[in-house]
Design a protein around this ligand. Structure first.
Ligand SMILES: [Zn+2]
Length: 194
């Protein structure tokens, strides 16, 4: 039997989500059919709200629903921790103890994929350095993360700001978001000045 068009359409939408294969997408679509009309409405509203309400913080580039995110609004701004993606802020925030603010680059340098310095929020970082004592480079420890950190270090050091890199020897893998809290805390504490 041929799949109904509207079920197929919904399955295809779910299949676009990361980590969702065709079979899982179909199961999700069927589970929507089992929902009450109210549940479906809430589901739709949640999708719409996340798209219309979430924006980037004017200062750090993290996700927020205001002009300035809660972290920028409350924290001391003498230390900036530079990360590649908003999800990295969440990972580092799980680690208690960091009191500074963040700067989200929204990517890493990748000459192979055509991502140069202009595609990252580097200008915005340079504009925030007034009164900053230390910039911690917390991009991932894979090749692109390293290249990004080295590029930024070369750019920032002549400007008279202390630049440090999260600890290398620790096997935190390439993805900050999957590192456990203790590993992240150690990587942050054992950072070295560049
Ligand atoms: Zn912010």
């Amino acid at each position: 039997m041929k799949q109904l068009d509207c079920i197929l359409r919904l399955s295809n939408k779910f299949a676009r989500l990361p980590g969702v294969g065709a079979k899982t997408a179909q199961r999700y679509a069927y589970s929507v059919i089992d929902m009450t009309p109210e549940e479906v409405e809430e589901f739709c509203a949640a999708l719409r709200d996340v798209k219309t309400q979430v924006r980037y913080c004017d200062e750090c580039g993290n996700f927020t629903d205001k002009e300035t995110c809660e972290i920028c609004a409350r924290r001391e701004k003498n230390v900036i921790c530079v990360v590649a993606y908003p999800k990295d802020v969440l990972a580092l925030e799980r680690v208690s103890g960091y009191k500074g603010v963040y700067h989200v680059l929204h990517g890493t340098l990748s000459p192979l994929e055509g991502r140069g310095p202009d595609s990252l929020r580097i200008k915005e970082l340079l504009a925030r350095l007034n009164g900053v004592e230390e910039v911690i480079l917390a991009t991932s420890t894979d090749v692109e993360g390293e290249a990004t950190a080295m590029y930024l270090a070369r750019l920032l050091k002549p400007m008279g700001v202390k630049v440090s890199r999260i600890a290398q020897g620790i096997s935190m893998g390439s993805e900050l978001e999957y590192a456990d809290e203790i590993t992240l805390l150690k990587a942050l504490e054992a950072r070295t000045e560049l």
